[in-house]
Ligand binder design. Structure first.
Ligand code: GLA
Length: 694
């Protein structure tokens, strides 16, 4: 049993393989946090501390470690819930009124039931314990059982208490073309806020908190929580005056009110959270394993060719067929036709919303291309941006009221387009039917679903920030039921929708429009802390790179993209014989190592050199890989010692390097390590290794 309960003390202890999380109910009926960290087995060891007011100016709530602080009373720190009742009362006063434990094959769940003391308003705190994965999933359900509506003005999915000061907080910052730039900052007195207000979740920050006590990859305390939401989120970290650090994350309360009508309930997005006493690597593995088991669809992801960078909007059946044939020749398994195939789509300012095949580009219909792709034995994928409309498109002419707008204002365009009001039933039906027809009429195996602008002029309802993305989740879930083999890629101007809300509903992330192989190393490294490698789409594209103008050898570009789910976005019709041959070899090699890359354990290895080597290990059973990158060698270049992780110390491993086979014991490779030296700029190699049979 993962959930232990002391009836005598009203204490709940949630145990995973290596961690514990404890809270209890005090004599006021408040749910108070007791512990989060390394595993403690005995629930009876926990005591509910008696709290004494610090001073009349420092009320007792300042030191009360609440699991779910509500707005009201003498509470002045961040609250998780603020509700206004129909009579104008803006304070929630709750009492504990019982618990429930349920169990499935996958998890045990504890539900703590709370009830307002005056209004028929309930809150259920949910804790799902995934013991094997050392993870917990927390969320809250609020329910209005009264006769009058209740306005929810803030709803964070939970508060976490970390009993230390001076922690390091890390997340990512960025923007279009530069997503996932990792940063670390010291937490001190005051608050750190990360958030998104655009309706597209993750260009600027990513919806997770990560706090550590000077942890490394393999040592130290790490506390983390990833919000399962693709819309507006906010995360707040606060070091208090009383020796602890608080972390909250949930829906952003900016421009937000959710009305709960009589009898309605609302389930807030959950937080996938955990503690690691052994550094970041364990955290990443726990999250990756969880994603692999519960969120990612089975099967290896195909090697993709996408024609966007080759042809942009200028797509024509014949040239796309030529590209598909060439893609097959180098070994691609999936051909994706990107933007530009529909309506009068010749640039960014027209066509969106008019989802019929453009006849001048596809005079013999889309199926000419689909059939040609299928005849090559490849899968076929297609790009859509269903949440959007261009003002010039027929769809907008027919339904000007379908976009987000205020009656007295002009809605802004961005990238030449408006956002459809996805909270309207008729818009949802239109999007579902359009995609259902597309998937029914053509043999499509892959949808790249894009969203290329933030939301604005959001109509009068202040809950659209959540309801918009909920509608997308529901539409894709419905489509997958009807078309179970179709894979969905989540793209939003590159990596604008990378989060645990969309993962599982969609299958892949388009990680970034930045396909520069060097920039990608940073993006991919930061991505890997939280998200699984199998969902990380990475393409090889032409040089000079359209963003960085950098020229990088093709081999390095392949190696960088082979770190994730490989795609090719070059104009392969312009490839030299040499490029084609190298591509063939690289794609062939990728197919051989794909099980290890996509489903192995991933390790960010330590760089011991003065030079900035990027070193990654992948390990699956008895086989593994080491990716080595040296973007630039400095004068007086020294090599690097690569110490591998998690091998069998007793076993002997054979490593296939470019110079030949090296045979070493697991303990040597992990402790002494391999000395490597790459030469020149943009040098890279992949070392394959396997345990030798005795
Ligand atoms: C976005 C995507 C690109 C491409 C274009 C098409 O920018 O991130 O990959 O699909 O849209 O317009």
């Amino acid at each position: 049993m993962s959930i232990a309960i002391s009836q005598k003390k009203d204490v709940f202890l949630l145990n995973t393989k290596f961690t514990s999380y404890a809270f209890g109910i005090d004599d006021q009926g408040l749910v108070r946090h007791l512990y989060w960290g390394k595993r403690i087995d005995s629930v009876e060891d926990f005591e509910m501390p008696v709290l004494v007011e610090v001073s009349t100016n420092d009320p007792v709530f300042e030191i009360t470690k609440e699991e779910f602080p509500v707005y009201g009373s003498l509470r002045y720190k961040e609250h998780c819930l603020k509700a206004t009742f129909a009579d104008g009362t803006r304070e929630v006063v709750y009492r504990y009124c019982g618990y429930e434990v349920t169990e499935t094959d996958e998890y045990e769940e504890l539900i703590i039931r709370l009830q307002d003391t005056h209004y028929d308003f309930e809150m259920d705190l949910h804790y799902k314990v995934y013991a094997e994965y050392d993870l917990m999933e927390r969320n809250v359900v609020v329910r209005n059982q009264s006769e009058a509506p209740v306005q929810i003005e803030k709803l964070h999915s939970g508060q976490f208490h970390i009993p230390y000061e001076d922690l390091n907080f890390s997340n990512v910052h960025g923007h279009w073309g530069a997503e996932h730039q990792r940063f670390v900052q010291k937490v001190s007195y005051g608050k750190i806020v990360i958030e998104n207000r655009k309706g597209i979740s993750s260009h600027n920050h990513n919806p997770y908190f990560l706090l550590d006590r000077d942890a490394t990859e393999n040592s130290g305390d790490v506390y983390f929580g990833a919000l399962r939401l693709t819309g507006n989120f906010s995360g707040v970290i606060e070091q208090t005056q009383f020796g602890e650090t608080l972390a909250q994350i949930g829906m952003n309360s900016h421009d937000f009110t959710l009305e709960l009508k009589p009898g309605e309930e609302f389930e807030a997005p959950s937080i996938l959270c955990g503690y690691s006493g052994t550094g970041f690597e364990t955290m990443s593995h726990n999250l990756h394993h969880f994603a692999q088991k519960y969120l990612l669809r089975e099967g290896y992801r195909p090697v993709l060719y996408n024609s966007w960078e080759a042809t942009e909007f200028n797509v024509h059946s014949k040239e796309q067929i030529d590209l598909a044939k060439k893609a097959k020749e180098i070994g691609a398994e999936l051909f994706v036709l990107d933007d530009g195939w529909f309506g009068e789509r010749h640039g960014i300012d027209n066509g969106l919303g008019d989802w019929y095949v453009n006849e001048s580009k596809f005079p013999n219909g889309l199926d000419e291309l689909v059939d040609a792709v299928k005849a090559q034995g490849m899968l076929f994928g297609i790009w859509v941006e269903p949440e959007m409309v261009n003002p010039k498109a027929q769809l907008y002419q027919d339904h000007p009221d379908w976009i987000y707008h205020f009656e007295t204002r002009t809605s802004d365009t961005s990238r030449g387009q408006y956002v459809l009001n996805m909270t309207k039933k008729e818009v949802q039906d239109f999007v579902y039917e359009m995609l259902d027809n597309l998937l029914t009429q053509h043999e499509i195996d892959y949808i790249k679903w894009d969203a290329n602008r933030p939301i604005s002029q959001t109509c009068l309802e202040k809950d659209i920030w959540y309801k918009h993305i909920r509608a997308i989740y529901d539409i894709v879930t419905g489509l997958k039921k009807k078309h179970p083999n179709v894979l969905f890629e989540a793209c939003a101007s590159g990596g604008g929708r990378i989060d645990y809300g969309i993962l599982g509903i969609f299958d892949d992330f388009w990680t970034s429009d930045n396909t520069d192989a060097y920039d990608r190393l940073y993006i991919q490294d930061a991505y890997s802390y939280i998200y699984p490698i199998k969902a990380m789409r990475a393409w090889v594209t032409d040089c000079p790179n359209f963003l960085s103008q950098r020229v990088i050898p093709l081999k390095f570009r392949y190696h960088s993209a082979m770190m994730g789910t490989l795609g090719i976005g070059c104009n392969i019709l312009k490839f030299t014989e040499e490029d084609i041959e190298l591509s063939r070899q690289m794609i062939q090699q990728y197919k051989e190592i794909r099980p290890i890359v996509q489903e192995g354990d991933f390790y960010r290895l330590e760089n011991t050199s003065e030079n900035r080597y990027f070193l990654y290990e992948y390990l699956k059973g008895e086989e593994g890989l080491v990716f080595v990158f040296l973007p630039q060698s400095k004068v007086g270049h020294r090599g690097v010692t690569v110490r591998l992780r998690d091998l069998d110390p007793e076993a002997v491993y054979a490593l296939q390097t470019e110079e030949g086979v090296i045979t070493k014991s697991g303990s040597y490779l992990m402790n002494r390590g391999l000395d490597l030296q790459l030469k020149g700029d943009y040098a890279s190699t992949i070392i394959r290794f396997a345990k030798e049979n005795k």
